[in-house]
Design a protein around this ligand. Structure first.
Ligand SMILES: NC(=O)C1=CN([C@@H]2O[C@H](COP(=O)(O)OP(=O)(O)OC[C@H]3O[C@@H](n4cnc5c(N)ncnc54)[C@H](OP(=O)(O)O)[C@@H]3O)[C@@H](O)[C@H]2O)C=CC1
Ligand SMILES: O=C(O)[C@@H]1CCC=N1
Length: 277
């Protein structure tokens, strides 16, 4: 008999699909996964794609679970939590929120109080087993539950705990939002290369493979990224010209500014959403 936990997702959007897809790819059983959302058409396509159980009833979904993953937008989280609170207060699963900004204490209050709760900040590359997630547990979470949620997120990438919840703002601005920063870089490189005559498809493939190769190399190398960069910059060559153009154009400052904008927004969202109580 299987002893793996039953996991229920409330919300069936981009992030829930990415996590479910990655979990199944790594060997989790579809029969142990439930998903709920309001749109039955959307749920049917999730069922077809993944073979998971579906329902439009969040309470029914939560009732099945050892672990409930709250995967709705922060703005609808309060209504969802208040609705399922009577069920989870009775069954006492481990609650996991992947919402940006929303603090554990706020979520716990909406859930009726005293719940074991883990906040996770995942990212969409979870879909291909290359996710990066920061995790924080409140003081109700037992070691066994920590291990259980860690095994879910480490099955779809890297899962790293933070002791201080406020660090999740910094994680959100780094790895939560981060895939979009690199997609922007891919778009920009593709545009620049096609403008010089490379067919779009070729430019995209070369850019993607270059990004994947650079990431893989940075992950495996004993050198820091600065050294790896210098290794590409032949004196008087092409890369040096490009890197100086980035530096002179203020790329580092711009990255800091963009990172801080995401970081600050995460903090603002916490305050706005806590005020909804
Ligand atoms: N996208 C990302 O890269 C990341 C997102 N996150 C967090 O993940 C969460 C989800 O984001 P994302 O997946 O992008 O959002 P989506 O908009 O793609 O998905 C939201 C899902 O919630 C469902 N939903 C809406 N209202 C309810 C309700 N009352 N009960 C149950 N389900 C409901 C929607 O239903 P329907 O399908 O019927 O429309 C949809 O399936 C957010 O809190 C976000 O902060 C965290 C890290 C990264
Ligand atoms: O943009 C957002 O708010 C969410 C959180 C991190 C990635 N997407």
């Amino acid at each position: 008999m299987s002893t793996s936990p039953t996991i229920s997702f409330i919300g069936a959007g981009n992030m829930a699909s990415a996590i479910i897809g990655g979990m199944l790819e790594s060997g989790f059983e579809a029969g142990k996964i439930w998903v709920s959302a309001p749109d039955d058409g959307h749920l049917q396509s999730i069922r077809k794609q993944f073979g998971v159980s579906i329902t439009t009833d969040n309470r029914h979904c939560a009732q099945q679970a050892d672990i409930v993953i709250l995967a709705v937008k922060p703005q609808v989280m309060r209504d969802v939590c208040v609705d399922i609170a009577p069920v989870v207060q009775n069954t006492r699963p481990l609650m996991v929120s992947i919402a940006a900004g929303l603090e554990a204490a706020t979520l716990d209050e909406w859930l009726g109080g005293g719940m074991p709760l883990v906040r996770v900040m995942p990212n969409t590359p979870s879909l291909v087993g290359k996710g990066a997630a920061g995790l924080y547990a409140n003081d109700q979470v037992k070691d066994k539950q920590k291990a259980s949620v860690e095994s879910v997120f480490s099955s779809i990438g890297s899962a790293l705990w933070v002791e201080d919840e406020s660090l999740l703002h910094a994680v959100t601005a780094l790895s939560g939002s981060g895939p979009a920063y690199f997609f922007l870089m891919l778009e920009a490189l593709e545009e620049a290369a096609t403008a010089k005559g490379i067919p779009g498809e070729t430019a995209r493939k070369l850019a993607i493979q270059t990004m994947a190769g650079a990431a893989e190399m940075a992950g495996r190398s004993e050198h820091d990224p600065g050294q790896l960069k210098r290794n590409v910059m032949s004196p008087g060559g092409t890369t040096e010209k490009a890197i100086h153009t980035f530096e002179d154009g203020g790329l580092r400052e711009l990255v800091k500014k963009a990172y801080s904008a995401a970081y600050d927004r995460s903090g603002e969202m916490s305050k706005e959403l806590a005020a909804k109580q």
